[in-house]
Design a protein around this ligand. Structure first.
Ligand code: PEP
Length: 255
């Protein structure tokens, strides 16, 4: 990676691990994940596990991320979690715009925009997910689709420094399917994302924003993605549930 962007490996546990299992996985990660190999490491447990995971990783190099947030500050929003609540457990990151949220819970670009604004105002870095369906890719419209998601989701979203925003490119057809994009596929879209970020934020800020790849990333294939110029890390689903695999990916990202 010919840039000075710090690589970032983030684990998305999705709806896995009850409180005892989260504590066990967090403890195993603290033991196994390299503390100082120059890679930033984030785990994103389910909301119910945020507090216990925060406690377990305290004092380690691992940072905490959430999987979702609501943009209002407080009030009658049953089932939702505010930015201040995430701050209270020391969450530094929050995934937004994941394709599962967009597909199963009908979240729109406008929703992701409000979440991004609220998180940045609260000092939490959004991990803004984008990605195309197989149908869109086969129609050759993947770059246009993803860059439109970026423009809409980040419309009017202001940042002063590159570390206030992370993008994760996750082709939907590669998530949880075992099918990975090729490294060249990932670079094509991640490069287009960075060019779009440059139009929005200017070359300098865009040059510092981390763009991750996600979709069946594992220890065996991560190095190929990371060798690409505009891929600065990975958002990892399935493989983040196994401490050995996740630690191995962090290790490879540090090489
Ligand atoms: C994800 O859902 O963010 C993801 C990348 O999942 P997986 O690694 O299991 O494909």
């Amino acid at each position: 990676m010919p840039s000075n962007r710090t690589r970032l490996i983030a684990g998305n546990w999705k709806m896995n691990n009850d409180v005892p299992a989260a504590k066990e996985l967090a403890s195993a990660l603290v033991e196994k994940v390299s503390a100082d190999n120059g890679v930033e490491v984030v785990v994103c447990p389910p909301t119910i596990d945020l507090a216990c995971t925060s406690h377990k990783i305290e004092g380690s190099a691992i940072k905490l991320g959430a999987q979702n947030v609501y943009w209002e500050a407080s009030g009658a929003y049953t089932g939702e979690t505010s930015c201040a609540m995430l701050k209270s457990v020391d969450a530094a990151y929050c995934i937004i715009g994941h394709s599962e949220r967009r597909d199963y819970f009908h979240e729109t670009d406008a929703d992701e925009n409000k979440k991004a604004r609220a998180l940045i105002a609260a000092g939490i870095t959004p991990i803004f997910c984008c990605g195309e369906s197989l149908e869109t890719r086969e129609a050759g419209e993947h770059v246009a689709f993803v860059t439109a998601q970026i423009r809409a989701g980040l419309d009017g979203v202001e940042i002063d420094s590159a570390d206030q925003l992370v993008i994760a490119y996750e082709p939907i057809w590669a998530i949880g399917t075992g099918k990975t994009a090729t490294a060249a596929d990932a670079q094509e879209v991640c490069g287009a994302i960075r060019a779009t970020l440059a139009e929005i934020y200017g070359e300098e800020l865009a040059g510092g924003i981390r763009v991750l790849y996600g979709g069946s990333a594992k220890p065996e294939n991560i190095a190929g993605f990371l060798a690409e110029e505009d891929v600065d890390g990975a958002l990892v689903g399935g493989a983040s549930l196994k401490a050995d695999d996740f630690a191995a990916m962090v290790e490879k990202a540090g090489e």
